[in-house]
Structures are given as C-alpha cells and as structure tokens.
Design a binder for this molecule. Structure first.
Ligand SMILES: [Zn+2]
Length: 174
C-alpha cells in the first residue's frame, strides 16, 4: 500500500503552493515537481528500501520462536512493491487528467532522460465516473477482505486500529 502511494510524495508541494499562492513570492512546488518522482529510478529506490526492510524483518522473525506464521520471502515483497508502484503509474495514465485538461505526462526515465513522456489519449479526468466506480468496487472489496481475513489498510498505521475496524465491520455485516 505504501509503495502504491509512494510516487505521489512529489505532490506534497501542493501544501506550500496553496499556502503561498496569494503572496508576492508564491512557491510553485506542486506545478513544477508533481510527477517528477513518477519514474523508473524512484521505483527502483522504493523497491530497494522495501528489500532492506523485508530482509531485516525476515531475520528478526527467524530468531523469534513464537512466530508461527510463515512469512513471505523478501523477493515476494520486493516484486509486489515494484508492481504496486507501477500500478499507480498505470492508474495515473488511465484516469488522472487534470481539471484544466492537462494530461500530466509521466517522465518515466527522469532524471536520466526527458525524452519519454508517457500519456494515453483515452485518459479520463480525475473526477470522472470510472474513478468513482473503481473506488466503490475496491472499497467493497477492501471491506470484504477485512470481514473475511481480518486484514485492512489500517494495519499500516496500527494493529489495534485495524482490530477495532474489523470488529466494527464484523458486527455490522454478520
Ligand atoms: Zn500519481
């Protein structure tokens, strides 16, 4: 989940940009840098970090005798991270056209080359109906997985919050 969100770290510039837009020195950090981390190079950085984290977790788990769970191998984590990152890029290509019609081309080979600017002519707007349908379907799927397997994206933040959410979901949909 974190890997799938990671590319949009370059969109955090929207905060200073909005805060300074009516000043004499507006910071255009969103306009200038959004999509500058939507690249293969950053995907490899994120994947490498995931490898370091998962390899470390493997070692810690191997030492603990109470851990009965069979943990996924680091290569599994690494592949899913690389895939998730690219799923984000694919979704941006498919349905993230700006309100002004801007396609936000993806400079996939930056910082090494600016020649490849990925866009798709069929791209729909960020607030178009397919995005609402996809969001709705995935929300239902997320709740179903939470209900069935006791696992939700909230786990990323806290196991306790996840437990609370699972209780609520299971009480609501018996
Ligand atoms: Zn994005």
């Amino acid at each position: 989940m974190a890997a799938a969100i990671a590319p949009d770290v370059d969109g955090l510039g929207i905060v200073p940009e909005l805060l300074t837009r009516n000043t004499t020195h507006p910071l255009l950090w969103f306009s200038q840098y959004h999509h500058s981390l939507h690249t293969l190079a950053f995907a490899l950085v994120v994947t490498f970090v995931a490898f370091l984290i998962s390899a470390n977790t493997e070692r810690t788990r191997g030492q603990g005798i109470q851990d009965q769970h069979r943990s996924a191998r680091p290569w599994m984590t690494v592949s899913l991270v690389f895939l998730s990152f690219h799923l984000h890029l694919l979704c941006d290509l498919a349905g993230a056209r700006g309100p002004d019609g801007d396609q936000w081309p993806i400079p996939y080979l930056l910082p090494f080359s600016n020649s490849l600017q990925l866009t798709w002519s069929g791209q729909w707007a960020l607030n178009a109906w397919p995005n609402f349908v996809i969001t709705g379907v995935l929300l239902v799927a997320t709740l179903w997985i939470a209900w069935k397997y006791g696992s939700s994206p909230v786990e990323l933040a806290s196991k306790q919050w996840n437990q609370k959410l699972i209780e609520v979901v299971r009480t609501r949909f018996r």
